[in-house]
Design a protein around this ligand. Structure first.
Ligand code: GTP
Length: 306
């Protein structure tokens, strides 16, 4: 990190309807595949998804769940989490799908942006998936949306193809507040690996525990140790919100978490091309959604690990 001139650092929240392309954009910006991209909706939750460097700026992306109409209580918790991410962020980027345009869902997000304080920060409109439409209607769509909320900038992008993404990233980097980097450079090096490992375990949790539970869980990679024999030892903690959830995650005699660990280990071994020793603990951490330390998720040594 440069010592002699000011560095910049800050949080960027990506918001948008489910499937808007938040994870895809994030992967592009960070340059490593750190989010699960899926056709299923609501696969993501408010939390740190990646850190990107651009010149002297460190951008910390907070990926949020698709903002949607809350029906069940858990849905509401997720929406709150999404808005918390947005309100805490230095810059908010709203993704709108070019081919869907100004949907009711987008209108609702625009309505509630002011209400949730997201308008206190610079806001950016990113019209995504422009590869799917002709450019004709895009200016009209931009004008229509900017009437409902006055964005500081608008970008036409394709997160998938990469169009416009560098411009957007450059714009964001320039507008982050001056300050020291939150993540030392050496931590960023194995950060993607730690995140990928945590994400793989989280995916297996989601697959095994079909119900809502996984949304209230988070996985952190606590340590990553390269061994002399070429294998790697990975220690992870699955945090659950309540005691009862711990029992579900563990399963009878620990069978569920064991199966999850085996699935995750297999995938990690394939991905890394070497042997993996994976150790997973399940711990209760009430109210983790509200904790500022949630930013320490996924193996980021941000706090002492709680
Ligand atoms: N054609 C096209 N498809 C895209 C683009 N960006 C994302 N997609 C696709 O849109 C789908 C949803 O993308 P995601 O990145 O998972 O969307 P998300 O907003 O993170 O979704 P949630 O996690 O449900 O909130 C995936 O199938 C992506 O491949 C794009 O620029 N063009």
């Amino acid at each position: 990190m440069a010592e002699d001139h000011a560095t910049r650092c800050g949080f960027v929240a990506l918001i948008g309807e489910p499937n808007a392309g938040k994870s895809t954009l994030l992967n592009r910006m960070v340059g490593a595949k750190v989010s699960i991209v899926t056709h299923k909706v609501q696969t993501t939750r408010a939390r740190i998804r990646g850190v990107a460097l651009e010149g002297d700026a460190q951008m910390i992306f907070v990926d949020t769940p698709g903002l949607f109409r809350p029906r069940r209580r858990l849905d509401r918790a997720m929406v709150t989490a999404a808005w918390t991410g947005a309100a805490d962020a230095d810059i908010v980027v709203l993704l709108v799908e070019a081919h869907r345009g100004l949907t009711d869902g987008v209108r609702k997000i625009l309505d509630s942006m002011a209400e949730h304080g997201a308008d206190k920060h610079p806001t950016v409109l990113a019209i995504n998936k422009i590869d799917r439409v002709s450019s004709d209607g895009l200016l009209a769509l931009t004008a229509e949306i900017n009437e409902l909320h006055d964005f500081d900038a608008t970008f036409m992008i394709s997160a998938q193809k990469g169009y416009g993404v560098d411009d957007l990233r450059g714009w964001l980097a320039e507008r982050l507040p001056e300050g020291p980097w939150l993540y030392p450079e050496d931590q960023i090096a194995d950060l993607p690996m730690r995140m990928i490992a945590a994400e793989m375990t989280r995916e297996k949790l989601t697959l095994r525990l079909h119900q809502e539970l996984p949304y209230q869980m988070t996985v952190e990679t606590e340590s990553w140790e390269e061994r002399k024999d070429g294998s790697v030892r990975i220690d992870q903690i699955v945090y659950v919100a309540r005691d009862g959830h711990k029992g579900i995650a563990l399963g009878p005699k620990g069978a569920t978490i064991k199966a999850i660990g085996q699935d995750a280990r297999k995938e990690l071994e394939e991905f890394l091309g070497r042997r993996v020793h994976l150790f997973i603990q399940v711990k209760v951490r009430p109210n983790w959604l509200e904790e500022p330390e949630r930013y320490a998720e996924m193996g980021l040594d941000f706090s002492d690990g709680g």
